[in-house]
Ligand binder design. Structure first.
Ligand code: FAD
Length: 368
């Protein structure tokens, strides 16, 4: 369905699908290795986060939704305290049908904060080892009236801003496709009692819809560009304040990754967007709603990965579109840096899985 020599998106990306496939082959193991460092895998997460939009009546009891809370750090204390924003807000039970409209421009503590593209929790929650809680099939099946993806798709930009509307939709759809790819790739097969790829599920959710595949590649190019752009700032960050030797290791690994990035392409041209600040502010508020909706996901493991990735995209957007304010980029919080790289890891894994599913499909076709 997709010609790999095509550009991922006309106008704003000069990368083809093939370029990304080749790049991904070179960097996938480096990214995976990086996010398995304690700094990236020990992630602060609020277990008892409340949905700010409505009362969540059902909790997911599927064993797949539960989290392994055991954290072990080998050599150093990874805990740190950056900033002190209080985000423990509860907006109460809004009218279910209009909650998104109400919330978008509601005057609450954080919607006025136009520096961030998401709500950042700080000094709250427990530290979770995300490598022990892989993103995979959980059995979480939202009811139609509480389908968070559906609610996210309702939360679109309005008015005459075609490019921004398209980019907003594509980012969400690419995020959704990536989650669907992981849950199809690591699917629990009740017959064999094994975790294994489920080709039919992948085709149903992602593979049969070329635009969903395309949106994963689009998100990849956005993350690629944002990591490229934040790199000079990262070199000046003290990533691990408690272990200078580990700080050096992390920076070396990031450098080795960046060295593989293409520098002769227009990876993603962010200057095409936001000719007006009003559109940018609306985009920011709507994206913040997406990150808040993650707290309405009643499956803990899904919520963890939803939070990581929505925060990762929010951080990428901040890096791409707030570069006129270097102070913001100099002061990213640890959770933003962790989320950014872990989201990129998810996308590199998605591209790898898509290629494996393609091979599996071709092999089956050959047999038949
Ligand atoms: P859904 O995937 O819920 O999609 C709803 C509708 O959206 C579809 O019917 C289709 O019309 C449309 N749609 C589907 N994909 C796209 C796309 N890419 N772009 C545009 N439109 C689309 N389940 C797990 O097993 N493991 C997880 O880790 C996990 N994490 C989740 C994280 C979040 C934030 C959320 C909201 C859900 C998560 N889930 C997870 C649940 C999973 O995503 C599905 O909701 C669930 O499997 C039910 O799938 P479905 O086929 O009913 O449609």
């Amino acid at each position: 369905l997709i010609n790999t020599n095509d550009l991922i998106k006309d106008q704003c990306c000069d990368l083809t699908y093939k370029d990304i496939n080749i790049l991904n082959g070179k960097i996938r193991s480096k990214v995976h290795d990086l996010v398995n460092e304690d700094y990236f895998k020990h992630y602060q997460f609020q277990l008892d986060m409340e949905c700010p939009f409505f009362e969540c009546q059902s909790i997911c009891f599927s064993p797949g939704c539960q989290l392994d809370l055991d954290v072990h750090s080998d050599s150093y204390n990874y805990d740190d305290n950056n900033g002190d924003i209080d985000n423990n807000q509860n907006l109460g039970n809004l009218n279910q049908d209009s909650f998104l409209d109400d919330l978008c421009f509601k005057d609450n503590n954080n919607s006025n904060d136009l520096e961030n593209w998401c709500d950042l929790i700080d000094n709250k929650g427990v530290i979770i080892d995300i490598s022990k809680n892989p993103e995979r099939f959980t059995g979480y099946l939202p009811t139609p009236e509480r389908n968070i993806w559906g609610m996210i798709y309702q939360n679109q930009l309005e008015g005459e801003c075609k490019i921004e509307q398209e980019v907003f939709y594509d980012i969400i759809s690419g995020f959704h496709s990536s989650v669907s790819t992981h849950l199809s790739n690591e699917y629990f097969n009740n017959e064999t009692n094994n975790w294994e790829p489920n080709l039919n599920l992948f085709k149903f959710k992602v593979g049969n819809h070329s635009e969903r595949i395309s949106n994963i590649y689009f998100n990849y190019s956005i993350l690629l560009k944002s990591i490229f752009k934040i790199y000079p700032y990262l070199q000046k960050y003290q990533l691990n304040q408690f272990a200078p030797s580990n700080d050096l290791i992390l920076k070396k690994k990031i450098k080795s990754l960046i060295n593989e990035f293409p520098n002769n392409y227009k990876i993603f041209d962010e200057n095409l967007m936001f000719t007006s600040n009003l559109i940018k502010d609306e985009f920011k508020l709507k994206f913040k709603n997406v990150t808040r909706l993650m707290d309405c996901v009643t499956c803990d493991r899904c919520r963890l990965w939803g939070k990581i990735q929505s925060t990762g995209y929010a951080t990428a957007l901040k890096i791409l579109f707030d570069d006129n304010n270097p102070k913001l980029l100099q002061n990213l919080q640890k959770i933003e840096i962790q989320s950014l790289f872990n989201t990129f890891d998810r996308l590199t894994k998605s591209i790898e899985s898509i290629q494996k599913f393609n091979e599996l499909d071709n092999n089956l076709e050959d047999i038949n």
